[in-house]
Ligand binder design. Sequence first.
Ligand code: SAM
Length: 249
Amino acid sequence: MSSDLIYPGGKLRLFVEAALGDGAAVVIEEGQAHYLLHVMRAKLGDRISLFNGHDGEWLAEVSETAKRTCTVACKIQIAPQTEVPDLWLVFAPVKKTPADYLTQKATELGVRVLQPIMTRRTIVTRVNAERMRANAVEAAEQSERVTVPQIREAVTLDKLLAAWPAQRRILFCDEAGDARPIREALANAPEGPWAVFTGPEGGFDPAERALLRAQPHVTAVSLGPRILRADTAALSALSIWQTLCGDWR
Ligand code: SAM
């Protein structure tokens, strides 16, 4: 008789790379095994949830334990594979708020891709994509998504726009004051792929604003009369997009 889910606070969910399916045995190693065996004290028969971004979510039972690894056997699919709306966050990393925080919140808000950009006024010199990926996995596990957002390596704004996918619409958060309110700009917005763009502490410079506004499918929007911190702006824009165009409707 399988025991209850080992995580009293709800479902303990782990993102794994392995294929999941009826009877599939998944070997849990390293940090995840340590967490299961020595933090959650998993025992034979305990059950956890697994997802890998392709096969939906599976309830799995601990079938073998060793000092540093354990094996779990998939028993039943408990959620189909679904995808979050096709929404990217293109953001200039800022000093005060680590990209980790923004990664976690954007993952919870259902972005599909996080693309850091280096702009002329970006103070941050590098972004740790590996750390961002680890934060994205943790936030995906917590928020019960069955996908983990893709974390892309930082690029310059110019380079990104030079190869911008033609069909992806740009929601340009423009604090200059002459943009339309976001609610009005997104009313009856067309379906399809979108990307929210936010700038660094000092904002986009005039040439970058002009380049963004010159993009074929750009919608410049205002997020109200106050100047928001870059992370506040990003999370606000993502939330409003989800409300008006995404899966919060
Ligand atoms: N230029 C701003 C200033 O004068 O202090 C600084 C930029 S703001 C801290 C960082 C980014 O957040 C901006 O580049 C923009 O993308 C977004 N943002 C902040 N407030 C906004 C607003 N009221 N409307 C639209 N976007 C905003």
